[in-house]
Design a protein around this ligand. Sequence first.
Ligand code: ME8
Length: 481
Amino acid sequence: MSRFYITTPIYYVNDKPHLGHAYTTLCADVLARFYREKYGKENVFFLTGTDEHGAKVQQSAEAAGLTPLEFAEKTSQTFKDAWSKLNINYDYFIRTSDSQHEKVVQDLLKRIYDKGYIYAGEYEGLYCVGCEKFLQTDDLVNNVCPLHPNQKPVAQKEKNYFFKLSAFGDKLLKALDDSDYKIVPDGRYKEIVGKIRHGLEDISISRAGVSWGVKVPWDESQTVYVWVDALINYYSATQFVEGKKDFWPADVHLLAKDILWFHAIIWEALLLAAELPLPKIIATHGFFTIDGQKMSKSLGNVIDPNDLVDEFGVEATRYLILSQVPFESDGDISLKRFRERYESDLANGLGNTFSRVTNMIEKFGRGRFKQGEGGNQFTAGVASAIESSLRNFKFDVVLLAIFNIISSIDEEIEKTKPWQMAKDGKENAIELLLDKWGTMLLDVSMYLEPFMLETTKKMEDALRADKITKADPLFPRLNKK
Ligand code: ME8
């Protein structure tokens, strides 16, 4: 039986969601919808959630005058609300403060400890609270973390437990060689292989000075390092969410390149140490940037996805977010560009073409067309390309291929001028064209379904109606909204 288990990172609750988080979660939603259609709803598991422990959340809670749990609950809800507003249909929302998760973290860590891969030591070095990460000297740019240039790294010296990451270099290289797990795109794979070859050092996996987190099971004076706690969510959900035990290992962990190191090296090494199977694909996308700078909570240059939904509606927002930037690259985004793309691709492109075709079917086709006889006979060449691009996380390419179908209809309308043909009495020729365009638009609605659920439903209903009439605009012009 085919199954599909996809995860997003669990997001920090130190602030509300922005477009970067929305992008990863939407990518997962599209894939989950696509695989539900293929494998059946019960065979797909889409997990997202929030990362609630650690120094960063503890500090934000203090600043807000709340307990960490109160604070986490509040912000976690803003993620759930945003995902619901974006019509994102996850199967489970995990929170690391959930006691069921905490228990799995402790069990797994104890297992690794019992196998001799964890030892007590002393850590001395710099820590970036923004990344929740110990920094190596070569991580620093001008003495600060490049991802958090406005936060000074903190000097730390404390007793910690260490994980023998250094013992896993060869095993990780072999696992990659044997395709036990894959890192995509290829550039990221090469980067990780380079890092492993360069040599891995043991890492601290507990903190003495952070109280907000999971206690180390054999030494309650220590708290599990927030990243170890967080990574285990992917496995823990399968252990306590009903009916999901068989879903481990995950098929895809989706994330951006900022946290690839944790997902492609530390997580795999922990799993190898615990003798658990490895996730199959680590799929890494680039950053949304604003004026060339990574969009990030700590830099304060964020776009709130809720604002986009208010301006463009949910369907258009999903399209705009997913079509702007190739998955693997960084991409600068701006509201101005979103507005332009809304007008050109949605109001004019899809919306206008759909109105024109339904209008002509009403006028010249006596309200009917043959309704997709032969299935995707006009778009067959694109169908397999769309599927393969989707499996390879090329969301922008998929959308482009679908929107090319729409432009080709539009071009053909301009070329053939059915209104002129009607005057010339060429009814049969017009009907052939209308059948073709109607069928192509039904295909478009099928291909677009994981991206735009409501629009495609409207398109299907309109095209499958007993008597087709000119459709209302799918995407009203912005100044008329
Ligand atoms: O790192 N462009 O949480 P986080 C694209 N809690 N995607 C972006 C982005 C941007 N500018 N900014 C954020 C954490 N993202 C940890 C994860 S998982 C076990 C623990 C997205 O709130 C992208 O998916 O900082 C990135 O990897 C993630 O949000 C980081 O979210």
